[in-house]
Design a protein. Sequence first.
Length: 170
Amino acid sequence: MTRRRAEGAGRLTRLALLTAIALTIFMVEAQLPAAPIPGVKLGLANIVTVYAVFVLGPRDALMILCARVFLGAVFSGQMSTLWYSAAGGLLSWCVLCLLRRVLTQKQLWLSSPVAGVFHNLGQLLAAAAMLGTWAVLAYLPYLVLAGMLAGLFTGLAAQALVGRMEKLRK
């Protein structure tokens, strides 16, 4: 096998593994009791997305994100949530890509709270479009706070993951 093929196979394996991890985290989190505020959850699968954007790059992270969002909707049996998850995921991915240009891997934990807020904004915009009303944006202040807190947690977890992976490479 040529070196280029081996690198391609290794990359594909890494992407598949990270997608499986993110999907597993998503499915486990879906089994947890609902938060007091409807629609609010930690978004632990986003740890993989943040890690992937900063370590693997935006393109690979987007492939992982799209696969996780689609398969998560299929496996959970909630295809109606596909649009909300896709809108939130893509908007937060865009923000992460922009922040990646100004933050280092050692500062990636700072990007996740911002991405969490934009994830919630993307979901609300999708809801406004689907329902045909802007009234859902009244929910935004609660989701901004929830997005920042959940994003801080997932960002710190992604930061710890980067640190652990660096130690494994040595």
